[in-house]
Write a protein that binds this ligand. Sequence first.
Ligand code: FAD
Length: 262
Amino acid sequence: MGRRELRDLYDPDAVSAAFRTSEVGIDPEALAGLVRDRLNDDPAIRCRLLTHVKGVERNGSGLDVEFENGAGPGRERYDQIVNALWDGRLAVDRTVGLEPPRPWMWRMKHFVRLRAPGAAVPCSTIVLGAFGDVVVYRGQDLYLSWYPAGMRDISIELEPPRWPSASEGGFSGEIRDQILDGLAAIVPAVGRLPLDADAVSVKGGVIFAWGETDIDDPDSGLHERHAIGTRSSEGYHSIDTGKLTMAPLFAQVAADRVLGMA
Ligand SMILES: Cc1cc2nc3c(=O)[nH]c(=O)nc-3n(C[C@H](O)[C@H](O)[C@H](O)COP(=O)(O)OP(=O)(O)OC[C@H]3O[C@@H](n4cnc5c(N)ncnc54)[C@H](O)[C@@H]3O)c2cc1C
């Protein structure tokens, strides 16, 4: 971007250079709706909802899944298992004898969703220093994240604790203001967004990554997000998705391995 365009869109005191890229933003809420519809509509998929998987045990040539639901504990045998549990993945892997190959971190990251039709805000990824994103979906739905405000908790346990959502913890307003202020100092148009209470929400999710130190350490393993993928052992497949964008590829790899063994 030339200096004039950069000055129109960003605070030139905060941004020394900006580059246009071909990156495409996918709205995970819209994507989740499509996945839910498919799970509902496909008669070949049997959903077991409100069911917590406790572990997997090898049993002869099969694999027994132990689970718990409203009706109590249960156990069911399968030929092959794909573990795609993200925040529950390592704990279930351990029950079948797969240990994490290196140290890892769980981070709870909050963000703002905002509906603002026609908002003139540039989609931006801030990549150096404390970082954040502005993503505009369909010209009306915004995803706003500012790492120093949104990342509230870290765990190095096998399974992350059940961290409270921003509304449960009573800190929605605080996080919303900090995220908007942090971004507005770099992308001034964020500071001019209409903040209609019905149209703003603070949400969050757990991020898994290999590494021992936080993102502000240039040597942190968190910057090595390429060492991810599908690990298989005799009919048991564990998917370390790493990034949402990798999920389709790793699903294909897992499906090929399942069919190769069938
Ligand atoms: C704030 C935030 C921003 C992100 N930004 C990006 C980004 O810009 N680009 C990108 O590529 N990725 C991003 N990610 C990462 C991305 O969201 C994840 O990589 C992706 O969602 C992982 O998909 P998955 O299918 O592996 O797991 P999930 O979508 O988390 O699905 C796992 C499911 O398993 C369930 N589960 C867990 N344990 C158990 C159990 N024991 N029994 C039963 N069910 C269980 C969970 O409740 C969950 O529903 C971001 C994540 C967060 C939180």
